[in-house]
Ligand binder design. Structure first.
Ligand code: PNS
Length: 162
C-alpha cells in the first residue's frame, strides 16, 4: 500500500491545494492531508476549522482515499507514524523552489528514506495562495474560484469579520 502525506498550513485550503490533492489521490493508495497545528504564522482558522473545511472538500469531491488529520512536531515523525513513503507538495512558481528546497533538505537529513514528490500547479493557479485569499477576503473581495465552492460562505464570512 503506497501512502503519501500532504502537509500544510491550509489557512485556508484553496483550489490550488485541491488540484494537488486530486493528483496525489490518483497516484497513492492513501493520502493523509496533514494540517499543521501551530503554523509559525498565526492562523486565521483554528485546527478544527481547517480540518473540517478540508473534510467537506474531500467528501464533496469524492476523494475516497484521502484522510484528513492534524499534526504537531516534525513532519517526518508524523509520516513515519502513518506509514507514509512519500511527502507530497505543490509547486507554483520559481519563488516556491527555494522554500521547498530548504524543507526537502531538512527532511532528507532527518529521514533519508522518506522522499518528497511535487505536483506543478496549473498555470491558472500559479498566483494563488492562502495568504492572497486571506487578503482578498479581509477586504470583502471576490474569493469565488479561489477556494472550493463548499467553503466559500464560511471563509468569506470569517475573513470579512476580521
Ligand atoms: O503550507 P506551508 O505552511 O508551506 O507548510 C509548511 C510545512 C507544514 C510543510 C512545514 O512547516 C512543516 O513540515 N512543519 C512541521 C515541522 C517540521 O517538520 N519542520 C522541518 C521541515 S521545515
Amino acid at each position: 500500500m503506497k501512502i503519501g502525506v500532504y502537509p500544510g498550513s491550509f489557512d485556508p485550503f484553496t483550489v490550488g491545494h485541491l488540484d494537488v490533492l486530486t493528483s496525489a489521490c490518483r497516484l497513492f493508495d492513501e493520502v493523509y492531508v496533514a494540517v499543521l497545528k501551530h503554523p509559525s504564522k498565526h492562523a486565521v482558522f483554528t485546527d478544527s476549522e481547517r480540518q473540517e473545511m478540508i473534510r467537506r472538500v474531500v467528501d464533496t469531491e469524492g476523494l475516497a482515499n484521502a484522510k484528513v488529520a492534524c499534526f504537531d512536531g516534525l513532519l517526518v515523525d508524523y509520516a513515519k507514524q502513518v506509514g507514509a513513503s512519500h511527502i507530497i507538495r505543490g509547486l507554483r512558481a520559481i519563488t516556491d523552489f527555494e522554500y521547498e528546497f530548504q524543507i526537502d533538505a531538512v527532511n532528507r537529513h532527518l529521514a533519508p528514506d522518506l522522499h518528497t514528490v511535487y505536483f506543478m500547479a496549473s498555470p491558472k493557479h500559479s498566483f494563488l495562495s492562502s495568504s492572497n485569499v486571506r487578503e482578498i477576503g479581509t477586504y470583502c473581495g471576490n474569493i469565488v474560484g479561489l477556494v472550493p465552492q463548499c467553503n466559500i460562505e464560511i471563509i468569506g464570512e470569517r475573513l470579512a469579520r476580521q
